[in-house]
Design a protein around this ligand. Structure first.
Ligand code: BGC
Length: 773
């Protein structure tokens, strides 16, 4: 008999236009029977082995420097003796080919099947395309995918990444990243879809469906299991530094940080990775309420929860909530962790067995965890097909895939200023490309690209164009020159720069019509990307200031993983483009856009700050901004942001008229259909992301200024008008009250799309008894 496990998204099915097709996920009774049969024959040691994940370097033969060789002795220990059920990460810290992946995984799987009779599940961080398989397709990073506001692109990117990942026999990716990027100082801002909960929920769901396909019970040959990370609240460390504590109130945790996880789990996401840090003093890895109550009990979700890197140990030697490692394991497993990523140590196996023998961890908890691990392996079809043949994936690294990545990059670049229509640049224009990011493939991709920090990725990406190379191809070799002016120390820390040579760039500017100044950051990942000063580097700002003195118009290109403060140089530039981290095709995307062969359509997925001490978000509370920043297009409003969330210009103009709704009064169960007519009033074809915001005018808890509730991206020819339909449920306008329950209160909501405003009125207060709407 089939039993419902992951609840169908009856509610979310109606939210947002693209959410209409929700796959229903029920347990496969055959799989469940296989799990029980398998479990019944397993010893405690074998069960604990399934709950253990190690990094690949542990089993590699360290004496072999060239190529990859697995150490038989280590395989005997790790898989033969300790029955370890999962391996992660890229060998020797750098991408390998799909053939090499296949060979490596084949060795592991043969050993696993022989020794345990259960296949290994291998996991890798493919977070912006196929980041750890040489020759794979690299998509823009998460922030860019958020900026594109295009669900289909996100789904397609993950679909391609799944295909290429499977070409190397890897069945599991640690993506998508749905932390809310609400802290611009944080070095992982760029990995997720931006600051908004709804945007992350929508894109997260699309990414899961792209990775996993439509049937989470039977992940096919071209799909992989997704891993939602990092559960949850990782994106708002109080200090701004990576892996440091947050202080998120319970109301906000449920209403915002949990939202993308909820949406993804309801749509079949098979695994979760836990946030490394603590919230309100409680490490997430020890939080029974979140791990077990919210996710497993409240939702009936039957997927698997894995720790982040060494985070059980961190409960002891970093967070000091456990006496020793064994105590840390007891806390984490009892809180609901199913698999421990303790990359270099298998004493987890010994210590957890002791805990079970002593009765400190119950056998039912072990069985529950192991069922979840086995369910993942059965759903992935690993028992039948533990590895694949790379030759069956002919589209790997194809031009077809690269063009999709190019499209995604083009739709994700954000035009922030275009004074006197400096852009697009005419053919024949003499251009100086300058700045440390102007001739670097590394900075286009960012971290998690071929290597963890992104350092050394160039050798894998010889055929890809930097901005300078793409500009030369677009505008002619003789018309485009490059002088760095400021350069990074590529072997050093991400923020280290060489002695600047600004005068050389200034001299080169004498011979050109336009300067394209490419500034930003070098690449980093995680904690090494911490910063002490959010302003763009002094050298780089000086470069722009000196270039401005030449009187030549400047196009300022921002290529950075987080919005570095540029308020003193923005007035010196006639045009500004934030390319964020657009991936390997980003150089070509920018050249196409600067030449006007394509039109800009990206919008900021975060609020770009103007000053260090004012890091406001778009959904701030009314008291944070008393002079109102009322409308999506009210850019002159007196708020201390350089550019607001959702801001982005185009080469054409759009006019919004006639925002209307099918019912002005509603209750929680009603579906509201908003329509707005959008006209392209300029003379170029363009894409427009139509965003619908709500403002709750009076609520028992001070309401957010605005919330994004729906969006849709359309394409319009000059003079063309389209009616855009945006649907939401009355219940979407609820919030989490102080008692932790969702509530929709009677009263008015101001709804806004473009400059169009209408009001809808809730006529009946509803409070949800259950945890989720
Ligand atoms: C990161 C995760 C990543 C994991 C495995 C950790 O350090 O926080 O995002 O998935 O390593 O590589």
């Amino acid at each position: 008999m089939k039993k419902k496990t992951i609840l169908t998204a009856a509610l979310s099915a109606c939210v947002g236009m693209a959410a209409a097709q929700q796959p229903a996920i029920s347990r496969d009774s055959k799989i469940e029977a296989q799990i029980e049969k398998q479990l019944a024959k397993m010893t405690l040691e074998e069960k604990i082995g399934q709950m253990t994940e190690l990094t690949i370097d542990v089993i590699l033969d360290k004496n072999v420097k060239q190529g990859l060789k697995v150490s038989q002795a280590m395989l005997d220990t790790v898989i033969g003796k300790y029955k370890v059920g999962s391996i992660l990460n890229v060998p020797h810290g750098a991408a390998v080919t799909r053939q090499e992946w296949q060979e490596l995984i084949t060795v592991i799987q043969k050993k696993s099947m022989k020794e345990i009779g259960i296949p290994c599940v291998y996991g890798v961080d493919q977070i912006h395309g196929t980041t750890y398989t040489a020759g794979g397709t690299l998509f823009p990073q998460g922030n860019n995918m958020g900026a594109a506001f295009n669900r289909a692109l996100t789904r397609e990117g993950s679909r391609i990444s799944a295909y290429e990942t499977k070409a190397g026999s890897i069945p599991w990716v640690y993506a998508p990243v749905v932390d809310l990027g609400r802290e611009p100082r944080w070095p992982r801002m760029w990995e997720n879809f931006g600051e908004d909960a709804y945007l992350n929920a929508e894109m997260g769901r699309e990414s899961v469906l792209g990775f996993q396909g439509d049937d989470a019970n039977h992940i096919g040959k071209y799909n992989v299991a997704a891993c939602m990370k990092h559960f949850m609240g990782y994106g708002v460390p109080v200090s701004g530094k990576d892996r440091t504590p947050s202080q998120i109130p319970e109301t906000e945790m449920r209403e915002k940080h949990f939202a993308p996880f909820l949406e993804a789990l309801r749509n079949g996401a098979l695994t979760i990775m836990v946030n490394s840090q603590s919230n309100n003093g409680m490490p997430l890895h020890a939080n029974y309420e979140y791990l077990t109550q919210w996710v497993k009990n409240d939702l009936g979700w039957d997927g698997m929860i894995v720790t982040d890197w060494a985070d059980i140990v961190n409960l002891w030697n970093r967070d000091h909530i456990a006496r020793d490692k064994k105590d840390a394991i007891r806390i984490a497993i009892n809180a609901g962790i199913d698999m421990s990523m303790d990359p270099y140590n298998w004493d987890f196996c010994i210590l957890l067995k002791q805990l079970v023998d002593e009765g400190a961890v119950k056998m039912e908890r072990i069985d529950d965890a192991v069922r979840r691990v086995l369910r993942l392996k059965y759903r992935l079809g690993l028992f039948k097909t533990p590895y694949y043949n790379w030759k069956d994936y002919p589209l790997f690294g194809s031009r077809e895939f690269a063009l999709k990545a190019l499209d995604a990059a083009e739709q994700s670049l954000v035009l922030l200023k275009n004074q006197d229509s400096l852009l697009p640049l005419r053919q024949g224009t003499k251009i100086l490309v300058t700045g440390p990011n102007g001739n670097s493939i590394r900075t286009l991709n960012g971290g998690w690209t071929m290597t963890w920090s992104g350092q050394g990725q160039e050798r894998f990406l010889q055929d890809k164009n930097t901005i300078f190379e793409a500009m030369q191809q677009k505008f002619g070799k003789d018309n485009v020159s490059y002088v760095a002016g400021v350069s990074y120390k590529n072997e050093g820390k991400y923020y280290e720069e060489n002695e600047p040579q600004i005068d050389k760039a200034v001299a080169a500017a004498a011979n050109v019509d336009v300067i394209v100044a490419c500034v930003g950051e070098n690449t980093y990942a995680e904690t090494p990307g911490n910063l002490d000063d959010l302003a763009l580097s002094g050298n780089q700002r000086q470069l722009v200031k000196e270039l401005a003195k030449t009187g030549k118009p400047i196009v300022l290109v921002l290529n950075e993983g987080r919005p570095r403060i540029v308020s003193d140089i923005v007035p010196l530039a006639q045009a500004v483009v934030d390319i964020i981290l657009p991936g390997s095709e980003g150089g070509d995307a920018l050249a196409n856009l600067l030449a006007g062969d394509r039109n800009f359509s990206g919008r900021l997925p975060f609020t770009y700050p103007k000053s260090q001490a004012s890091l406001i978000k778009y959904d701030y509370k009314p008291s944070e901004q008393v002079t109102t920043m009322a409308g999506a297009y009210n850019y002159s409003a007196d708020a201390s942001a350089q550019w607001p969330f959702g801001f982005g210009l185009s080469y054409t103009t759009f006019k919004y008229t006639n925002l209307r709704v099918d019912k002005a009064q509603f209750t929680a169960a009603d579906e509201l259909t908003f329509s707005v007519d959008v006209t392209n009033t300029g003379n170029r074809e363009g894409k427009e992301s139509v965003l619908l915001f709500s403002s709750d005018l009076v609520a028992s808890l001070t309401p957010d200024n605005r919330r994004l509730r729906a969006f849709e991206k359309i394409s319009l020819k000059p003079g063309e008008t389209k009616t855009v339909t945006l649907r939401l449920r009355g219940s979407d306008l609820a919030f989490v009250g102080t008692d932790g329950h969702w509530i929709l209160e009677e009263g008015d909501f101001r709804m806004q799309a473009g400059d169009q405003v209408t009001t809808v009125t809730c006529t009946q207060t509803k409070r949800w008894e259950e945890a989720n709407k």
